[in-house]
Design a protein around this ligand. Sequence first.
Ligand SMILES: *[C@@H]1O[C@H](CO)[C@@H](O)[C@H](O)[C@H]1NC(C)=O
Ligand SMILES: *[C@@H]1O[C@H](CO)[C@@H](O)[C@H](O)[C@H]1NC(C)=O
Ligand SMILES: *[C@@H]1O[C@H](CO)[C@@H](O)[C@H](O)[C@H]1NC(C)=O
Ligand SMILES: *[C@@H]1O[C@H](CO)[C@@H](O)[C@H](O)[C@H]1NC(C)=O
Ligand SMILES: *[C@@H]1O[C@H](CO)[C@@H](O)[C@H](O)[C@H]1NC(C)=O
Ligand SMILES: *[C@@H]1O[C@H](CO)[C@@H](O)[C@H](O)[C@H]1NC(C)=O
Ligand SMILES: *[C@@H]1O[C@H](CO)[C@@H](O)[C@H](O)[C@H]1NC(C)=O
Ligand SMILES: *[C@@H]1O[C@H](CO)[C@@H](O)[C@H](O)[C@H]1NC(C)=O
Length: 614
Amino acid sequence: MLFSFKLPSATLILAAFVGTALCQFPPTPQEVKVLKSKFHENVTISYKKPGICETTPGVKSYAGYVHLPPGFLDDAIGSPQDYPINTFFWFFESRKNPSTAPLAIWLNGGPGGSSIMGLLEENGPCFITPDSKSSSILNPWSWNNEVNMLYIDQPNQVGFSYDVLTNATFSPADFGFIPEPADFSKGVPETNVTFMVGTVSSGKQNSTAHSTAQAAHALWHFMQTWFFEFPHYKPGDDRVSLWTESYGGHYGPGFMRFFQEQNEKIDEGESLEDGAHKLHLDVLGIVNGCVDFLVQGEDYFHYGFDNPYDIPIFNKSTYDTLLHSWRHRGGLKDQFQACRDAIEQGSANMSTICDNVVGDFLGVIDGYVTEAGVGDYDITHPAADPFPPPYLYGYLTQESVLGALGVPVNYTPVSIAVNQAFTFDTYDILLGGFIEELGALLDGGVKVHMVYGDSDYACNWLGGETASLSIPHSHHSSFSSAGYTPLLIPSSPERSYGLTRQHSNLSFTRVFNAGHEVPSYQPQAAYEIFMRATRNVDIATGTIPVTGELKTEGRKNVRGVKVKRGKEVKPRCYVLKRQTCTDEVWEGVVNGTVEVRDWFVVGDEEEKGEWRDL
Ligand SMILES: *[C@@H]1O[C@H](CO)[C@@H](O)[C@H](O)[C@H]1NC(C)=O
Ligand SMILES: *[C@@H]1O[C@H](CO)[C@@H](O)[C@H](O)[C@H]1NC(C)=O
Ligand SMILES: *[C@@H]1O[C@H](CO)[C@@H](O)[C@H](O)[C@H]1NC(C)=O
Ligand SMILES: *[C@@H]1O[C@H](CO)[C@@H](O)[C@H](O)[C@H]1NC(C)=O
Ligand SMILES: *[C@@H]1O[C@H](CO)[C@@H](O)[C@H](O)[C@H]1NC(C)=O
Ligand SMILES: *[C@@H]1O[C@H](CO)[C@@H](O)[C@H](O)[C@H]1NC(C)=O
Ligand SMILES: *[C@@H]1O[C@H](CO)[C@@H](O)[C@H](O)[C@H]1NC(C)=O
Ligand SMILES: *[C@@H]1O[C@H](CO)[C@@H](O)[C@H](O)[C@H]1NC(C)=O
């Protein structure tokens, strides 16, 4: 998920919605084991077995926290860490041979988005039932079939991660529910579907990471504790991969490169921590990643005018105007570069220049997609997009679920504090350098696989392709001279699921008929890509071991390849996910004139049950 907007007037919401799914306080956590770190004073790990979601007999899962006390990261985050960092994780052992399976971490984007979304909507062991009540639908294409999977909510305040427990009320704004700290010592007000209460993080922008670089630092410390002290992770295969989505285009390269640098520092005896362990870094996977907005920028205009589904977001004259405004001297592209220069120089007019870029560039691309009435994450769907099914938000309000997970907070799908900190405190969303980091990773022996659903606009495949071809690394010319070959899956060998370009350790795949969250749309194709990367065989067929000579053949330009769109989808308003609701229906939710059942607006439901073929 990727989005960013400026409060109070939204300039861009390239994503889900803001707010918190709740209506009751979390119960006091029970049966939680707490272990003190052997290596770090005042660091603890707490966890329990949830017994929900992964119900395959014999397959274990653990949910819990790594607790870092205030001051722990003072050495390197650039500002004092005067708040605790309680980072939530949910670990699933592999369904097969967990003791010899490698490990992969999954991170959603945002900035500020929770990884539980990926877990329950994209690639985890279970899906939620349409009444939002149960996690009883097992996912046959779960990524933990043969890999130990670790889902982490980061940075602090996202999802179930928290700084300081804070009571709050939640009221609807244009784009979701906004928390407002509240004191309930004199009683709890009456609630309804648009006025809720709960316990969340402080919401303070200074009590979380402000940038990918800071978040990398916090995550590395999390990993030092979790990898080497969590008693239920005993790797027979110590490889660690990282798969990320959307804003993961920043997180993925930023974090993996930081880990790689720490490995080097450990070798040189200059580690940030005494006794730190090296991590055996294997694969970095990026799903519909926005890696570099400046590099990917122009492709928003190309995609808006000419895309695989022939759904124009604007006409030829608007396209020409936009392209000119981007390219001309002193235009958007130059302003973008000026913003980066200002950030680098710490220039006094940085915020003036960069705020304009957020508004003029991100605001504009979002504005047209809204005007066209199509989904940001899937242009073949309506703007009020009911897919992927939003049932997890209702599911996670239930007391029994919060109790099973042992969390003392309600769920925050997208943290406003984090989003605002990344957007306006540091302009992390506009920063460059992540493409260069991909190059350093490749040259350091980390494999990089990029996967883009081709009906997504938010981080569209054209921009992804441009990013892949821009990575500076020692095999750049071999990669760019490779051609696209069909992505094939054994169960339906006659169908091409997409197109893959690969040279050795780097691949780029365009997946047909998939939006932003590729595993939700094409679960099997996403699964095959993930497993082929893990097994170190070619992405397109899964039959050829990766060597320095592996190079795909075929057409080098597949931008003109068109795709037939899937079944038509209609909006259906789910009140905990604002952007599934048209403005008109939402007005009815707010003014209380609609009936809501299982979080859906009754009557707004023609397409019920048709969104997922499972
Ligand atoms: C651990 O916590 C105690 C009590 O709050 C404090 O006095 C001590 O300085 C802390 N140690 C470290 C290394 O932070
Ligand atoms: C939140 O309010 C509830 C109800 O008054 C209370 O039981 C709980 O202790 C409060 N939690 C916090 C963190 O203040
Ligand atoms: C947040 O931190 C920055 C930098 O340390 C500081 O300038 C600012 O005043 C802080 N804001 C608040 C609300 O504490
Ligand atoms: C193109 O779209 C813009 C609005 O987005 C509209 O004002 C203009 O008239 C359109 N031009 C043509 C030739 O249809
Ligand atoms: C920003 O400030 C620099 C000097 O510090 C100046 O050269 C430049 O024109 C300014 N840019 C804008 C957009 O105000
Ligand atoms: C690919 O990665 C492996 C390590 O996994 C490394 O040994 C090899 O040199 C890399 N090949 C190329 C062409 O970068
Ligand atoms: C409530 O909203 C609905 C949907 O927009 C509208 O038709 C209706 O007139 C509104 N009712 C009141 C009482 O405001
Ligand atoms: C929900 O409760 C809030 C706060 O009491 C109130 O302002 C609002 O009108 C209520 N909404 C409905 C639909 O009843």
